[in-house]
Design a protein around this ligand. Structure first.
Ligand SMILES: [Zn+2]
Length: 274
């Protein structure tokens, strides 16, 4: 039996001299160490990639530049639905919600967590502005559908476009702050870091993907580094400030900044306290 299993065949391995064994062992050790080193590098690269993906996806709004001016015609998703009179309007740019009342529907993609975050976002507007978010009722032509889309951070139609329009958040951005940003789009606010005069306030040196300047509905006023509509400073999303102590973007303002609220109250002619 032993010979059948070839003990002689095993002999060359069993009888290698000690130097050969040592060489073999050290080669194996070196190979194993190199593999470990490669795996460690791959691990670090993966972690860095994941962290970068998490940070960049969190604060990137995917609302297209062409929507920021609030022109209804460019944003209509479904012209067979809702109030088409806005499409017939010769100048539908920057249409605002009558009396500051925004009708909404919760889409079935929302979880209880999402609804809780959206309600906190509503509360932010109700506390600081005269805007009122109210549930859609039969007969309401225009409404914002609040939706989850995990392929994006956020995206919303800008101003009142007529009929169905949406405000979406997703991924790492299913938060109150991200929804405040998207609802502010629905109310006609654009992006602070895309203002035509933004070069006076932030720089994009050495950036490959520079956000475009965009002609937006509500122009001018004090440049608001604290705006919820400003992308993260210190990055190519929001630009770089000469004084690095100046911070801006979602990590410094949880909800609406004072100037965000002022801007909305000015657009909607809000008066008094809220
Ligand atoms: Zn945005």
């Amino acid at each position: 039996m032993i010979s059948l299993f070839g003990i002689k065949d095993l002999q060359p391995h069993l009888y290698l001299d000690s130097t050969a064994i040592q060489t073999s062992l050290s080669q194996r050790f070196i190979t194993a160490f190199k593999m470990f080193e490669i795996n460690l590098k791959l691990f670090y690269i993966s972690i860095q990639f994941l962290l970068l993906a998490a940070v960049s996806s969190c604060y990137q709004c995917q609302t297209p530049d062409s929507w920021l001016s609030g022109i209804a015609r460019e944003q209509q998703q479904n012209t067979d639905f809702g109030d088409r009179s806005l499409l017939q309007n010769s100048n539908p740019k920057g249409k605002i919600w009558p009396n500051g009342v925004v009708k909404y529907k919760f889409h079935e993609t929302l979880t209880l967590w999402d609804i809780s975050e959206v309600r906190k976002a509503f509360e932010e507007f109700h506390t600081k502005t005269c805007i009122r978010f109210e549930p859609w009722r039969e007969g309401d032509n225009n409404f914002v559908s609040i939706e989850v889309d995990d392929s994006i951070c956020g995206k919303a139609n800008v101003c009142l476009i007529g009929g169905y329009q949406f405000a979406r958040f997703g991924g790492q951005c299913r938060t109150m702050a991200a929804m405040v940003h998207q609802l502010a789009h629905a109310l006609c606010l654009g992006h602070e870091h895309q203002r035509m005069d933004r070069d006076d306030h932030v720089g994009f040196q050495n950036c490959t993907n520079v956000p475009n300047k965009a002609a937006q509905f509500h122009q001018g006023g004090i440049y608001d580094y604290l705006s919820q509509m400003h992308s993260q400073c210190g990055s190519c999303d929001g630009g770089f400030v000469v004084d690095s102590r100046v911070k801006c973007g979602p990590d410094v303002t949880r909800g609406l900044s004072n100037l965000d609220a002022e801007k909305i109250n000015s657009i909607y002619s809000c008066k008094g306290t809220f």
